[in-house]
Design a protein around this ligand. Structure first.
Ligand code: ZN
Length: 181
């Protein structure tokens, strides 16, 4: 797939749902936005992608949401986090996504932590930690390294059980399918 084709496929995916805004009446703000990320993770599972979802929030509304599309795009970098950052950058006047908060169901990997720093995201909210590859709390604390010129506020454990359960169910079903073949 050449780059032009890649862009065509990638841009065909953005959601045309109305932007989802949070107000006081919606209750807990982090739960509200993590639920949006969780909806994306569930969509990923339906598409046989590892169920990880992300929502990028600016001024109390979702400006981009997406899920892991590594298989569909045949792209090792097509993680939910990088996709929402790229999507948001299409609408922003620069490559920075200032005043943004990223909600993601699984702790970001090293690549995504790098992308989050490059995009100057202010805050990252994580569903469940990833002891094998997490670069925010588990293996590294890349977003809170004082040697870097940008630090990100981090919150984890929001809807932790729900985010983890989707992954557990997905891999269990995949193992069962594999054992039957
Ligand atoms: Zn990643």
């Amino acid at each position: 797939m050449d780059f032009v084709e890649y862009e065509r496929v990638r841009r065909a995916f953005p959601h045309d749902a109305p932007c989802e805004a949070w107000t006081q009446d919606d209750g807990d703000r982090d739960l509200f936005f993590m639920t949006r990320a969780l909806e994306e993770a569930a969509l990923a599972a339906e598409e046989c992608e590892t169920p990880i979802g992300a929502a990028l929030v600016c001024q109390n509304r979702v400006i981009a949401r997406n899920h892991n599309r590594r298989e569909q795009l045949c792209d090792p970098t097509a993680h939910a986090e990088t996709l929402v950052l790229r999507e948001a950058a299409l609408f922003y006047p620069s490559w920075r996504v200032e005043d943004a908060e990223l909600y993601v169901t699984l702790e970001p990997c090293l690549m995504c932590a790098g992308a989050i720093l490059q995009a100057r995201v202010n805050r990252v909210v994580i569903g469940t930690l990833d002891p094998k590859a997490g670069a925010v709390r588990s293996l590294y604390r890349a977003l809170e390294d004082s040697r870097l010129n940008w630090n990100v506020a981090v919150q984890d454990g929001v809807l932790q059980e729900e985010c983890a359960q989707l992954l557990v169910d997905f891999f269990k079903a995949r193992r069962e399918r594999a054992s039957k073949t």
